[in-house]
Design a protein around this ligand. Sequence first.
Ligand code: FES
Ligand code: FES
Length: 168
Amino acid sequence: MPRLNGERRHRIAFTLDGKPVSGEAEPRLLLSDFLRHVIGETGTHVGCEQGICGACTVEIDGRPSRSCLTLAVQVEGAEIRTVAGLAAGPETLCVLQEAFRARHGLQCGFCTGGILVSLNALFRDKPEASEAEIREVLSGHLCRCTGYVSIMEAALAAQKRLSGKTHA
Ligand code: FES
Ligand code: FES
């Protein structure tokens, strides 16, 4: 088996946004780095690399998780979903993405992917989530831009549309 810097590499394979992917990873390689540097999927951003900012959030087997706190070798055989897999295709936006665009919920966009992954899971698993529950989810995501007002408005607009209460 090939070695890099003396560490044994492992071949790992999993499903990424509905497609099978594979690559080699040293045991210490983070999932966030594997996604960005081995697979070349840069939609997942990396901020703090210590589990605080939420920028790197992806779904692992249906649960929003910090990819900077997950080793790539841990996701062998798992289903991973990133922000790049939320819409039906590259030319379309999902309801959440449309709402964030319409309500100015994305500012520089650095934190946005992780927020969308977390909100997508919340609205899928708990469509009637309260405003407090939405805020609690957002509290796990640090946005360094102007604040959370537009983000919250976008989240509420998306929730209404997803629940069929509005078409706006
Ligand atoms: S980069 Fe993973 S939580 Fe900040
Ligand atoms: S939109 Fe810039 S960090 Fe959140």
